[in-house]
Design a protein around this ligand. Sequence first.
Ligand SMILES: *[C@@H]1O[C@H](CO)[C@@H](O)[C@H](O)[C@H]1NC(C)=O
Ligand SMILES: *[C@@H]1O[C@H](CO)[C@@H](O)[C@H](O)[C@H]1NC(C)=O
Ligand SMILES: *[C@@H]1O[C@H](CO)[C@@H](O)[C@H](O)[C@H]1NC(C)=O
Ligand SMILES: *[C@@H]1O[C@H](CO)[C@@H](O)[C@H](O)[C@H]1NC(C)=O
Length: 297
Amino acid sequence: MAQELVCLLSFTFALGLQVSLGEHAKKRLLLNDPAIFNSRLAKLESTIQSMDKVIESMNNTFNAKLKSMESSYQANLQTKVRDHERHIQNLTSSLSTLRIGIANQQNTMTQMSQSFQERGATYVRWGKTGCSGTGTKLVYSGYSSGQKFFYGNDYYRGGPSNMLCLPEHPELSNTTAGTNSYIYGSEYDDARFGSGAQNQDVPCALCLSNTSTTVMIPGRKSCFSGWRIEYSGFLASGAYHHAASSFVCIDKQPEFIPGGRSDNNDKTLFITGYKCGSLPCPPYTDDLQVYCVVCSK
Ligand SMILES: *[C@@H]1O[C@H](CO)[C@@H](O)[C@H](O)[C@H]1NC(C)=O
Ligand SMILES: *[C@@H]1O[C@H](CO)[C@@H](O)[C@H](O)[C@H]1NC(C)=O
Ligand SMILES: *[C@@H]1O[C@H](CO)[C@@H](O)[C@H](O)[C@H]1NC(C)=O
Ligand SMILES: *[C@@H]1O[C@H](CO)[C@@H](O)[C@H](O)[C@H]1NC(C)=O
């Protein structure tokens, strides 16, 4: 701005000089006249003085404008800074809210994945004392049990059909039961279960898989696609002319309960065969042993 002022000053001065010289060129000769010279000089000085005043006034106006601009700029700046600070505070608080939200979500996810991992499905593995599925744990081992196949008089054929896996470590009551319902241990009554299996008592294991469901599929020794094998074997049940019984899947390599080889004829198990008729053959074939597999998913 100072430069501009200097410019303006020299322009005005030059103009004044030109006007003085141009208009009165003819009188140049008279410059030798001291009176005229002095009067010209005085006029020039007064012009310069008034111009100084103009410049000073302009400078003042300019300075005032500059000051007001500066102060309004400062005020503006301060407002802007305050706004930005507020905005930053808002963002910071939003951020911490989000952080808390994310932490909560992570907690929920962890809990969900834990509960997912703890989730499982149980099944009884008949004829074994342990479990073999991947990620499958033994809950307990025990004795395959059910109803006695025959109660003195062949006439009585009622009672339960299902088999249970009685645990190796029971908790016993101290009161005597009635005489209408009993549970017995079981034995393989069929040499087809394996070498030396005849009359051996049948163990069992309760297994817990880390999957959400399990199923026993009769007529298969492998699982369908997408399912994982837990164990496979042969379908077995009590004899059709004995007391009611259920089908169970006996492991293909059955174990025997130690010291259980005597022929008690309690709950007896036989390997099951297909019978054509209502069952279409093919795909089935009369009298063949029935595979079974327990699968999980
Ligand atoms: C204009 O004003 C400023 C501030 O008062 C001063 O420093 C400067 O010398 C002035 N300039 C002129 C050409 O008067
Ligand atoms: C900050 O947040 C408050 C409340 O949510 C809102 O009223 C205000 O306008 C926000 N300020 C800025 C600068 O975003
Ligand atoms: C079950 O456990 C096995 C072995 O640890 C693992 O490979 C598998 O992914 C687990 N399955 C599920 C559904 O967690
Ligand atoms: C039988 O067991 C119950 C429950 O444990 C107990 O309260 C009671 O004293 C027991 N009775 C005898 C005769 O031991």
